[in-house]
Ligand binder design. Structure first.
Ligand code: ZN
Length: 330
């Protein structure tokens, strides 16, 4: 099995966005420690909109200089050490600003499709460029902020123009919609890799784009009750390392606690405990690619420990790899 440990590298987007140190730098340094020890590589989808805003505002507010430096240095270090750096777009940064004390985050236009095609082309171009400049490597893979990339037909042109030809945002049977979010992957093929053209849930063998979906998992409400209970009982072990709070997604939590839900296989907090189960299921189905999503900000001491165990138990038999290592022709 090719196992992709992937991380969306970002702060929080609600009113309490947290600090760069605790949401990104420290948890990522823990991942680097594990990767070095076990000689494995991870993929990081870097929130480039934030990076560009930091660069813009650090001139006026020197207190942002430290955050900018820490992020660019860590991204460069990751890339130089063989980890994959790829594109993550949260376009709401276009409408957000720093007021001298904190980021004022405006999520009215949360999805890339909330922008015009001209704006989309400009965003994809600039966001990719900043990563190319830092890493000096080929940026060709994408994960949508909040999984929102539909209707993809509106993004397609900008992606082709910027040679972004691999997406890893879809997860089987996922769907959610609220004022700001919207994704529906319920019709996606039950495959671990396929091609598409206009819509990432519709396979087209001749399509320009490759989809390497995030592996899916079906959770019972009981799982999330246990998760919230453990968080209360032993916050030291289960509290996320990030010091912000997720932006509200009305109805999302209630769904998790009352129904069976389809979720992406995840490293975040207690979710990591299911990785072994996801792997055996995929092996039974004779799959070749297992993609796991995580967020440095949402990792806990528990999830870091469990991730390390998962790697230790499986590194001899499976291939912990990255998008570049698998898909980029050298
Ligand atoms: Zn994100």
């Amino acid at each position: 099995m090719n196992i992709y440990i992937t991380l969306d590298y970002e702060i929080y987007f609600g009113e309490n966005h947290g600090t760069v140190e605790k949401c990104i730098i420290y948890p990522t340094s823990e991942l680097i420690r594990i990767a070095n020890k076990h000689q494995v590589f991870f993929s990081f989808f870097v929130d480039c909109g934030f990076l560009l805003k930091l660069d813009e505002y650090r001139k006026k507010y020197p207190q942002l200089e430290g955050d900018y430096k820490k992020i660019t240095e860590q991204v460069k270090l990751l890339s130089d050490s063989g980890h994959d750096i790829q594109l993550h777009i949260h376009p709401h940064w276009e409408d957000s600003y720093y007021n001298g004390e904190k980021w004022i985050i405006d999520i009215k236009r949360y999805k890339l499709i909330d922008f015009s095609e001209t704006e989309i082309a400009d965003i994809v171009y600039r966001y990719k460029k900043v990563l190319t400049e830092i890493t000096g490597k080929t940026i060709f893979a994408f994960r949508a902020g909040g999984w929102c990339l539909q209707p993809f037909s509106k993004l397609k042109k900008a992606f082709i123009e910027n040679q972004i030809n691999l997406d890893s945002s879809v997860f089987k049977n996922g769907s959610f919609s609220s004022e700001h979010y919207s994704y529906d992957f319920r019709t996606a093929p039950d495959k671990d890799i396929y091609h598409f053209d206009d819509e990432p849930t519709i396979e087209n063998p001749d399509g320009y784009f490759t989809e390497v979906p995030i592996s899916g998992i079906r959770n019972s409400p009981l799982f999330f009750w246990r998760l919230f209970f453990l968080g209360r009982k032993n916050p030291k072990l289960h509290k996320p390392l990030g010091d912000g709070r997720a932006m509200p997604a009305p109805g999302y939590r209630k769904n998790l606690l009352t129904k069976f839900t389809n979720n992406p296989a995840s490293l975040d907090g207690y979710n990591v405990h299911l990785l072994g189960r996801v792997l055996s299921k995929l092996l039974k189905k004779k799959r070749e690619h297992m993609v796991v999503i995580g967020h440095p900000k949402a990792l806990s001491p528990y999830s870091i420990k469990k991730l390390e165990q998962f790697i230790e138990n499986n590194k001899e038999h499976h291939n912990f790899t990255t998008y570049s290592k698998q898909f980029l022709k050298h």
